[in-house]
Ligand binder design. Structure first.
Ligand code: SF4
Length: 500
């Protein structure tokens, strides 16, 4: 005979079991009736209850694909091979592989570097040379040797710990951090990194009550010694022609205060600077900002229509080369960490592989190559991407998503929802807990150091002593016929000043 207490427990368990099985059966019957009688979804009407699995699997698919089904080099926007490089570099692990490359080098557009029969010996390698911006235009020029830097990501789009880790990590590695258009937060300053302050179309952080540029607030921002340059954003990758979007759920009291906007309301920037309607007005604004701040000033844009560059460079020569922007940041149409409508994300603007050589050629042809520095950004997260951009003529490379991967981003693609599982783009304190600032700052620094080292390795293999000596002749691109051609044959560089 079983003890009474055991019998009672078994009876309770059996009753619970019957209750839950009955409840589950009832739920299934209700779902069956709902699915059979609804008129919106054909699958659910034809396959009641079971048809619902489709939605569940579709939702889970985007998370599971990258772990279980996608091959190393087939995902977008970044495949596993690209991400793995960043994760390993950030963790300071070896990026060496065995048994050959898994990269298919046959498709048109594939870039291959031209190794020299007599590569640069380690003893002949030299440090990356510094470049100075604004030497002839402003009282406080900026000089840096860092070829790889953190691109614009606003505080608001990024979480507090993410900005803190970036600030500290960039400081350790000697690269700059672009604040993005969300204003200057104390977290940007915390680590001591050089900062590029970005002014977007809403002038967050430096706006007056009407949303116009407030000279006094801008002067205060530029008074920080860490703020080395100012970038005026005309457009950004992923959504050229549309302003920044920060959903209401991410506009906390602190973010609203820093931006100069009401809290808990969606923060949507205008799709253009209202006061800039042509090349001359762009130069007016650049020179006004430079006069206020005394810092090098440039602009960022995604290239689409490009005839206006000629107007711009002609206006510069008319006014004098001192009036030129100190740099131009070219963003790729497929760049961008921000939320964007699919119609712009997928279809508007030119990719960097087209726009970068085009702008470098124009700047060279107008004899402004030493006056205007070129910063390339957009999906350049691995050393070969950076080396390609340098070959094309970029002076610097910026990356946003590369740094997000270094912070631990797993490409869950929910950045705009405040539910980022890694704490990078959420203001939910529970999720932010996962991002440990000290640890991720070290990863950011490691990523930059590895990047510099491995771009150097490519440069040495091509026979030059440092990355800034890479030229178009050092890389080839595979054409539609399967044969590669030198980049300087595909994109011949004009004679300096020949377009004047
Ligand atoms: S993990 Fe996902 S949500 Fe978080 S930053 Fe990366 S892509 Fe965005």
């Amino acid at each position: 005979m079983l003890p009474e207490i055991v019998v009672d427990t078994l009876v309770i368990l059996a009753s619970l079991f019957v209750f839950f099985v009955g409840l589950a059966a009832l739920v299934l019957v209700v779902l069956y009736v709902i699915d059979r009688t609804q008129t919106t979804h054909a699958i659910r009407r034809n396959y009641p209850v079971i048809g619902r699995m489709r939605y569940v699997l579709e939702d889970l698919g985007k998370f599971l694909r990258q772990y279980m089904f996608a091959a190393d080099r087939e995902e977008m926007p970044f495949n596993r091979a690209q991400r793995s490089y960043v994760y390993q570099a950030a963790k300071n692990l070896s990026t060496t592989r065995g048994f050959g490359s898994t990269r298919d080098i046959r498709p048109a557009g594939t870039v291959l570097f031209v190794n020299c029969p007599f590569p640069t010996l380690e003893r002949d390698a030299v440090e990356t040379s510094p470049v100075t911006l604004g030497a002839e235009s402003c009282p406080r020029p900026y000089s840096t040797a860092s070829i790889f830097n953190a691109s614009a990501m606003s505080y608001g789009a990024l979480s507090t710990p993410a900005v803190r880790a970036l600030s500290r990590g960039c400081a350790k590695a000697g690269s700059w951090l672009n604040t993005g258009e969300g204003g200057l937060a104390p977290w940007h300053l915390e680590g001591g990194a050089d900062l590029v302050f970005q002014i977007g179309t809403a002038k967050y952080g430096v706006r007056d009550a009407q949303g116009r540029l407030d000279a006094e607030r801008l002067r205060e921002v530029a008074a920080h010694d860490q703020v080395k340059m100012i970038e005026l954003k005309l457009s950004q990758g992923a959504k050229p022609g549309k302003g920044g979007i920060l959903p209401a759920v991410k506009v906390t009291e602190e973010i609203a205060r820093i931006r100069g906007i009401p809290p808990h309301e969606a923060s949507i920037s205008p799709n253009r600077h209202p006061e800039i309607d042509n090349a001359d007005e762009l130069l007016d604004m650049i020179n006004r900002i430079r006069d206020i701040t005394g810092r090098p000033v440039g602009f960022k844009c995604v290239v689409g229509a490009y005839g206006w560059f000629e107007d711009l460079f002609e206006a510069i020569h008319r006014r004098g080369t001192g009036s030129a922007p100190d740099f131009i940041t070219i963003d790729s149409c497929d760049g961008g960490s921000g939320a964007a409508p699919m119609s712009l994300l997928d279809y508007v603007g030119l990719p960097l592989r087209e726009s970068l050589p085009m702008v470098v050629d124009l700047v060279t042809g107008y004899g402004l190559r030493d006056r205007i520095r070129i910063i390339a950004s957009g999906k350049l997260i691995n050393p070969a991407d950076v080396a390609w951009a340098l070959c094309m003529g970029a002076d610097f490379v910026n990356s946003a998503r590369g740094f997000m991967f270094a912070l631990g981003c797993i490409q869950a693609m929910q950045c705009h929802l405040n539910t980022c599982p890694t704490g990078v783009t959420t203001h939910n304190p529970r999720l932010q807990r996962g991002l440990v600032v000290a640890d991720k700052a070290e990863r950011v620094a490691n990523y930059v150091r590895h990047m510099h080292k491995e771009v150097g390795v490519i440069a040495h293999s091509c026979g030059v002593p440092e990355p800034r000596r890479l030229r178009r002749m050092h890389a080839r691109v595979v054409g539609p016929d399967g044969r590669s051609r030198s980049l300087d044959e595909v994109h011949p560089l004009p004679v300096p000043g020949s377009l004047l």
